[in-house]
Design a protein around this ligand. Structure first.
Ligand code: FBP
Length: 546
């Protein structure tokens, strides 16, 4: 396969490791842990993996040696750096013992259940070092939840002599990793399970997991594109650009991109929810900023919208919840209704408040809400074109204000959705180093006999040699939440904290960014060059650790 000059040069990049992982090392156990909430319930569900201590690696004279064959799984959406986690794991295992083997389960967690795998040899690994994507073994969204799936995993592990599984995934996949670890301990089958924190959404983090991998690179890619759009907007001076950014349940990506590019308007879902705002209030907020700029002759700008915004608006959240329940209860009848009559059927079966809100939405959105369901019968919120919905509603409000003489401007819009563009980008130096360290560290946790732990690399705002490596028991991150009507143990999702450093910085500057044209143009990720250009972390990480 032909490679670009950058690909060839990048393949030779040697990711940096925390100093403690470079030579010999020793494991230091910290204090016993408690789950973040619902301690009694989590302890009962995880009798073997609850309360384990934090662990940290320290430099020592003796190198760790261990025999371990490992199976690795990529789970969920792609995130830049996944290949480097696997490369780090491979190199770590070979350092422990050159005879150790690494197997890759294909297509995500289903590879473990269906016994689809390849052995990852040095030749294969070398092809993928420092590259984006998950194509080395593929990924998938199968959930590991059933005992039959776990038992099928035991079968293939016994067959291949695998004594540890590394699951690279987000909060749900790591929750399942812990369930698997607990089950394998109960069965005493000698298979350890270690998790690695992945997701561009940035919503898997806590004191020991400072960031999920992929967030850094994906945000840098989106920020480059937003900067380019801002420059276009400032050159042509004739469009308002509405840009939706991926991040299904949290607004970290949008906040980080705002910090990097200073757009005129940024919506943060968590704030909209905290202020109990209605859709109309959100639209009015944007329209007022547009009108204020128009009064100064500035008929252009940029608006950033998080993918999950619509679900953060409390009234819409209630509407979606009722729609899901109502359609589930009336599924059989609903399926027999002619397509043209479905909207009327929905209106008739909703409570008055939700019916009124449903009818006030633009037709494209109400159709999407009523007619497009996922395989579980739920509304497919991510398909709603929020950027278009907001632009349309702002346009209508401005028209009304024009008639009242309150607004004199031009409002022409362009829409964008950035998500897939950044998920498989070649990892930034930060993600290349962080991911390699996470994988290498996972090998050391396995060699130390740990299970039910997530690989943890901390102190990441400092140069890589000062990073701290260790592990956090996954149960320590858990609480009980309602899922499909039942209380389940899950890793607590990290949403944008409104009194945290990143949001506070944004809130202190947004009025200025709205009124002025204070755009920042970050440009493309740089892989080679001075450290201040190539090794910057995200603004979020920097502000969180100031
Ligand atoms: P993960 O949580 O699995 O990392 O995926 C996150 C994400 O990238 C979201 O931002 C987005 O909503 C979703 O995946 C899209 O999923 P799909 O790849 O199935 O279209």
């Amino acid at each position: 396969m032909e490679k670009s000059a950058l690909q060839i040069a990048r393949a030779a990049y040697r990711p940096k490791l925390p100093a403690a992982l470079v030579g010999g090392l020793a494991l230091k156990e910290g204090a016993a842990t408690e789950s973040v909430a619902d301690q009694a319930a989590i302890k009962e569900l995880f009798p073997n993996t609850y309360g384990m201590p934090f662990v940290t690696f320290e430099s020592a004279n003796t190198p760790l040696q261990a025999t371990a064959n490992v199976g690795v799984i990529l789970s969920g959406g792609q995130a830049p750096g996944g290949h480097n986690v696997i490369a780090g794991l491979f190199d770590g295992l070979k350092k422990l013992n050159p005879d150790n083997k690494l197997y890759g389960f294909l297509g995500g967690p289903s590879g473990l259940v269906d016994h689809k795998y390849i052995e990852l040899t040095a030749d294969i690994i070398d092809e993928y070092r420092n590259t984006g994507g998950f194509d080395i073994i593929g990924s998938g969204r199968t959930k590991l939840e059933e005992k039959a799936q776990f038992d099928s995993g035991i079968e293939i592990c016994k067959q291949l002599g695998i004594n540890a599984i590394v699951i690279i995934g987000g909060d749900d996949s790591n929750t399942n990793a812990c369930v698997l670890a607990e089950y394998y301990l109960q069965k005493n089958c000698g298979i350890q399970v270690i998790g690695c924190p992945k997701t561009i959404d940035g919503d898997l983090k806590n004191a020991m997991i400072e960031t999920s991998f992929g967030f850094d690179t994906a945000c840098k890619v989106y920020a480059e594109m937003i900067g380019n759009i801002e420059r276009d907007a400032n050159s042509a001076k004739k469009y308002w650009h509405f840009i939706k950014l991926m991040g299904r349940s949290a607004s970290h990506v949008t906040l980080e991109c705002a910090l990097q590019t200073h757009p005129n308007i940024t919506l943060i879902g968590e704030e909209v929810e905290a202020k109990n705002q209605t859709l109309d209030e959100v639209v009015t907020y944007i329209a007022e900023a547009v009108a204020a700029r128009a009064a100064k002759g500035l008929n252009f700008g940029t608006v950033l919208v998080p993918e999950g915004l619509i679900e953060f608006i409390p009234a819409i959240k209630r509407l979606i919840a009722e729609l899901n329940d109502m359609l589930a209860a009336n599924q059989a009848e609903f399926d027999t209704i002619a397509a043209d009559d479905k909207i009327a059927y929905v209106v008739k079966h909703l409570t008055a408040e939700n019916a009124a809100l449903f009818e006030s939405l633009p037709a494209t959105v109400s159709r999407q809400l009523a007619l497009e369901r996922d395989p579980h019968g739920n509304v497919q919120v991510s398909l709603i074109e929020t950027e278009q919905l907001l632009a349309e509603m702002v346009g209508k409000k401005l028209d009304a204000w024009k008639k009242e003489g309150k607004y004199v401007g031009k409002f022409a819009t362009q829409h964008h959705f950035f998500g897939y563009e950044g998920r498989c980008a070649a990892p930034s130096n930060f993600d290349a180093d962080y991911c390699y360290s996470l994988g290498f560290n996972a090998a050391m946790l396995i060699a130390s006999g740990k299970t039910g732990y997530m690989s943890s690399v901390r102190n990441t705002t400092k140069p890589a040699d000062q990073w701290l490596a260790g592990g956090i028991p996954i149960t320590a991150m858990m609480n009980m939440e309602k899922r499909n009507g039942k209380m389940k143990p899950v890793i607590q999702k990290a949403l944008v904290v409104l009194d945290g450093g990143p949001f506070k910085y944004f809130a202190a500057n947004r009025a200025k960014w709205a009124a002025e044209t204070d755009f920042v143009y970050p440009g493309p990720i740089q892989y080679f060059g001075p450290s201040e250009v190539c090794d910057q972390t995200t603004k979020t990480l920097a502000l969180e650790h100031e």
